[in-house]
Write a protein that binds this ligand. Structure first.
Ligand SMILES: Cc1ncc(COP(=O)(O)O)c(C=O)c1O
Length: 367
């Protein structure tokens, strides 16, 4: 057997949330509610889907590799130059490109103890040393990040708000981090859940403001969450054009497919859909947090479309019992949190299904 690169031996594959189809297949269930991957329970914007269907006619042709129309739309939307933007096959691809472009073996990646796990996985794949910074109150401690950064630190990853803890950092904290780290380190602000946190006083105005002022900052956003387009796989990064140029050089030639480019451009114009999605989430998150609290969960504050909670039962046990009830939640063993779960906020009906399933699971456990 041919041995893979040494760095790969340390890497554990990402465990995605279980899919509805796999639960239906494995347990023979008809109706399954998935609250495991922080998708938008309203699905995609109908306007975006109309653009997707219209693109059908052009599917015999390669898409434009640099996603120029989508980049131009994003540039207008954010008040930056198109050259400051790279579009990826999910923001996951941008994480990969950043690691491939900037990490030599033995360089350092600074990431949070319970920060989004893909940063650590992708950094280790490049043979980089991953420095894990402890959290304070389930929140990134950016003062400790600054202390941990050394001249060898190349990438400093901050998911804001964070997955899986749902907490956020303020503009002041982010600015202090940017002021404190060596200019040879690139700060990556992953704002996958931006729309859910944007109205919180003190949440950073990263675009265009912070990116204009700092050429060692990349901001990432995605169409997978509030835009409801996770299945299309589109995310993007915004940074200094020179830096974006390095990522562009190594991306796959046609990394974002044509209907996805068209649908995302239209999704950007449908601000009303995003507004409605955030409003539904805000209202339902209160109900979910309160009801889970009444059932004995320790629920944290969340600036996102999910809750992070200490579970009355070990997370994996609860996950398995809930699968049999047709509800998929997310255990957090891979984060070293065997007593915690992450549960996405659903529609009112989906959340009622969640509560019913939990009641049945807890009643069985008590019997
Ligand atoms: C913090 C964070 N960043 C990035 C991603 C990746 O999103 P996508 O690749 O779908 O854009 C996720 C998805 O769960 C996330 O939670």
């Amino acid at each position: 057997m041919i041995a893979p690169r040494r760095a790969l031996r340390e890497v554990f594959p990402y465990q995605p949330g279980k899919s509805i189809a796999s639960v239906q297949r494995e347990l023979g269930l008809k109706s399954v509610v998935k609250l495991a991957s922080n998708e938008n329970p309203l699905g995609p914007s109908p306007r975006a889907m109309a653009a997707y269907r219209k693109a059908e006619k052009s599917c015999g042709l390669y898409p434009e590799g640099t996603s120029p129309e989508l980049r131009a739309g994003l540039a207008r939307f954010h008040g930056v130059e198109p050259e400051s933007i790279i579009v990826g096959n999910g923001s996951d691809e941008i994480i990969r490109l950043l690691c491939e472009a900037f990490l030599d073996p033995e360089d350092e990646v600074v990431a949070s103890q319970y920060g989004f796990i893909r940063f650590k996985q992708q950094g280790s794949m490049m043979g980089a040393r991953v420095i894990e910074v402890p959290m304070t109150d389930w929140t990134h401690d950016l003062a400790l990040f600054a202390k941990a950064a050394s001249p060898r630190s190349k990438l400093i990853f901050v998911a804001n708000p964070n997955n899986p803890t749902g907490t956020y950092n303020t503009q002041e904290e982010v600015e202090e981090l940017l002021a404190a780290v060596p200019k040879t380190a690139l700060v990556v602000l992953d704002e996958a859940y931006f729309q859910y946190a944007a109205a919180i006083p003190g949440y950073p105005q990263s675009l265009p403001e912070l990116v204009r002022r700092h050429d060692n900052l990349v901001v990432m956003r995605t169409f997978s969450k509030a835009y409801g387009l996770a299945g299309l796989r589109v995310g993007y990064g915004v940074a200094d054009p020179e830096l974006i140029g390095w990522l562009d050089r190594i991306r796959m030639p046609f990394n974002v497919n044509l209907p996805a480019q068209r649908a995302c451009l239209e999704a950007l114009k449908d601000g009303a859909f995003v507004k409605r999605s955030v409003a539904v989430n805000d209202a339902q998150r209160v109900v979910v947090a309160r009801t889970l609290g009444e059932m004995g969960f320790g629920v944290g504050e969340s600036a996102t479309n999910f809750v992070f909670a200490r579970s009355p039962q070990p997370g994996r046990k609860l996950f398995k019992a809930m699968l049999r009830q047709g509800v998929i939640v997310r255990p957090l063993d891979e984060y070293g949190l065997p007593h915690h779960v992450r549960i996405s906020i659903g529609t009112a009906a989906q959340n009622q299904a969640l509560f019913g399933a939990l009641r049945r699971v807890f009643a069985k456990a008590a019997a």
